[in-house]
Design a protein around this ligand. Structure first.
Ligand code: MTE
Ligand code: CO
Length: 389
């Protein structure tokens, strides 16, 4: 307990005794005073936790790397606990030599390491028809960004030899959902990774241990976890997850499908509903920006609901298909403020308002809401999720 008489200039109590020995925590944990920094779910959102999602506490993070234990989880049939000795990964279909790989086999290939964000296509999905959830963890927390280590999928495909008429892959999960997705061969040959590690350690069980597919910039649903098989074919499979799910019903009754790339998006992670404005004067705005099409070029912030914009600072490094941190100052005079951020990526694409997005997509969508988020700072400094216009 804090005893004011031991604070500086006196020597505090914890500077007067020995601390824990080195073996106290063979696998280190965060400070007990950071126990509030956890993934959270919304119990009413799903019937069971096995087919559900929780959210990354992005408002509590620093820099662009998400710690492994805080990466949001999305499972269709729970997270299996796999013994790597029993793990097999198979490639079949239109290939010269179908093969079954052990994890050992995969670990023998030359590794690559890359930082990438993974965003669930349903991130911000509850916000399509109006401001719903009062917290950035819930409106934008279906995202994480880690350093993946693994083998380029191209290297493994070259081992089995894709036949000339092989143009599509079907990636299949080894969990009870057997979740599968069709992937065009070009993406596999471009930057896809079969990853076994994140942030320097083997994948966590909940993120697909011991092997998952990494498809930089593409919707998280395609990043098949606990991957057990890739079949090579000459057309897409039209699996459940790319027909009845992960498609967007437009106003004309047709649906968008194969919407793989995640459009540029940004959000202010402080102030936010969980992080009110505590004092008048100069405050820091901080946030995250990302694009599935490459690097973030600029982020703009507004304190008047998008009438005026100013340029935010981007923290280096700014990496491809990776979270980018931004910050800017704003001077709070104690009045109502409407905070917004707007990302521009290297293709010149500008993050749209919800109004602009709805003009194109209508109001039936669940997925791919990359619209500008508005936070209302009221006169007490509390922050609320609001919809303008
Ligand atoms: N892969 C399998 N095998 N089973 C799953 O339930 N969920 C998908 C994808 N891959 C899923 C899967 C979805 S919808 C997302 S958003 C990401 O995994 C989530 O990855 P994470 O749990 O590592 O955050
Ligand atoms: Co998802």
């Amino acid at each position: 307990e804090a005893d004011p008489t031991t604070l500086p200039p006196n020597v505090p109590w914890w500077g007067q005794y020995l601390g824990d020995g080195v073996a106290a925590h063979p696998y280190g944990m965060p400070s007990e005073f950071e126990a509030h920094v956890v993934r959270r779910n919304v119990p009413w959102l799903t019937a069971t936790t096995e087919s559900s999602v929780n959210f990354t506490p992005i408002h509590e993070l620093h820099g662009f790397v998400t710690p492994n234990g805080l990466c949001f989880e999305r499972h269709h049939a729970g997270a299996p606990s796999l013994n790597p000795a029993d793990f097999r990964f198979m490639i079949n279909g239109l290939v010269d030599t179908p093969k079954i790989f052990t994890l050992e086999d995969i670990l023998r290939f030359p590794p690559v390491s890359r930082f990438h964000f993974l965003e669930c296509a349903a991130n911000s999905g509850m916000e399509w028809r109006g401001a719903q959830l009062n917290g950035v963890q819930y409106t934008h927390g279906m995202i994480h960004c880690v350093q993946y280590t693994g083998v380029p999928l191209k290297v493994v495909l070259d081992q089995v030899g894709v036949k000339p008429n092989g143009t599509w892959l079907m990636a299949e999960g080894g969990d009870a959902s057997g979740m599968n997705r069709s992937i065009p061969l070009e993406k596999a040959m471009d930057d896809a990774i079969l990853a076994y590690a994140m942030n320097g350690e083997m994948l966590r069980p909940e993120n697909g241990y011991p092997l998952r597919l990494v498809l930089p910039g593409w919707e998280g649903n395609m990043w098949v976890k606990w991957i057990r098989r890739i079949e090579v074919g000459d057309q897409p499979w039209f699996a459940r997850e790319e027909t009845s799910k992960y498609t967007d019903l437009l106003a004309n009754g047709k649906a968008r499908y194969f919407t793989w790339e995640m459009d540029a998006k940004s959000v202010i992670t402080g102030p936010c509903p969980e992080k009110p404005v505590l004092r008048k004067g100069v405050n820091q705005i901080k946030g995250l920006a990302w694009s599935g099409r490459g690097k973030i070029k600029e982020v703009h912030v507004s304190t008047d609901g998008g009438r005026n914009w100013m340029q935010a600072r981007l923290a280096t490094p700014v990496l491809d298909k990776c979270l980018t941190c931004f910050n800017a100052e704003f001077d709070w005079d104690g009045g109502e403020v409407l905070l917004q951020s707007r990302a521009v990526d290297e293709t010149g694409y500008v993050q749209p308002t919800m109004q602009a997005l709805q003009e194109v997509r209508g109001v039936n969508s669940i997925y791919h809401n990359n619209s500008i988020q508005t936070w209302l700072v009221n006169k007490s400094g509390e922050v609320e999720n609001v919809r303008l216009g």
